[in-house]
Design a protein around this ligand. Structure first.
Ligand code: CO8
Length: 257
């Protein structure tokens, strides 16, 4: 598939997806949705890829769902057509995804970043759920994932006032994993992704699945789920290699990278 709204490149074991609609601050229209999902699935199916990075431009990761595309739509169009419902498929990707966010990550842009597994933010990043200023509310999981990430107080503040959070506040609040100087964002995200990709792919997918289960289950069920996955890793060659490498004081050479 050739892409119109994104740039896609494999750099060693890291698959890069760059949102590329500069004229609209990377607003997420239907083409972007189909293309990002398609590219992420292709990387997910590629054994040579151990981590995906999703990024935008220096000015905007994404300034939200495309307001101009949504403007003419009615309730029936949105409901019957499952407006933007395919974004949920990003959640089905097993390969870890790092969001490298600079500039605006608003509305659907913030929600897309939160669908990724961790966010590395430039100090220029601004996060927000300004849908209320348009007379609507978040629709790609923002009210749920933001609340789980930063708690009710901040989530209510952002969703009810539409204000933006800068990168430092986002890090203090637990929304982003790391804040780095804007000029270093791509290099630093690349290093994080390469580190993840150097691990056992099976273990990385299991770790991702286990952490995500914390959103969906009670503590007891989550711990039980984790333990099953933990035991499962004992069936892998990578467990044998990882532990042998530790004992032999050498670097592991994981087969399922
Ligand atoms: N949609 C469409 N076009 C956009 C969007 C957008 N979200 N954001 C910016 N653009 C366009 C502008 O219209 C403008 O185009 P043009 O030059 O043709 O007029 C161009 O990008 C540049 O934007 P600005 O001139 O506005 O740039 P500024 O630097 O002055 O402002 C802002 C930057 C503050 C980011 C401003 O553009 C802005 O407020 N954008 C809208 C932010 C917003 O409200 N986002 C939420 C959208 S709603 C949403 O995301 C719902 C998600 C739920 C989906 C449901 C799925 C099931």
């Amino acid at each position: 598939m050739s892409y119109e709204t994104i740039l896609v490149e494999a750099k060693g074991p890291v698959g890069w997806i760059t949102l590329n609609r500069p004229e609209a601050l990377n607003a997420l229209n239907f083409d972007v949705m189909h293309e990002v999902v398609d590219a992420a699935r292709s990387f997910d199916a590629d054994e040579a890829i151990g981590c995906i990075v999703l990024t935008g431009s220096a000015k905007a990761f994404a300034a939200g769902a495309d307001i101009k595309a949504m403007q003419p739509l009615t309730y029936v169009d949105a409901y019957a057509g499952e407006l933007f419902g395919q974004w949920d498929r990003v959640g089905d990707i097993g390969t870890p995804i790092v969001a490298a966010v600079a500039g605006y990550a608003l509305g659907g842009g913030c929600e897309l970043a939160m669908m990724c597994d961790l966010i590395v933010a430039a100090d220029s990043a601004k996060f927000g759920q300004p849908e209320i200023t348009l007379g609507v509310i978040p629709g790609m999981g923002g009210s749920q994932r933001l609340t789980r990430a930063v708690g009710k107080a901040k989530a209510m503040d952002l969703c009810l006032t539409g204000r933006m959070m800068d990168a430092d506040e986002a890090e203090r609040s637990g929304l982003v994993a790391r804040v780095v100087p804007a000029d270093d964002l791509l290099d630093d995200a690349s290093k994080v992704a390469a580190k993840i990709a150097s691990m056992s792919q099976v273990a990385a997918k299991a770790a991702k699945e286990a952490v995500n289960r914390a959103y969906e289950s009670t503590l007891t069920e989550g711990v039980r789920f984790e333990r099953r996955l933990f035991y499962g890793t004992f069936a892998t060659e990578d467990k044998a290699e990882g532990m042998a490498a530790f004992v032999e004081k050498r670097k592991p050479d994981f087969k399922h990278r």
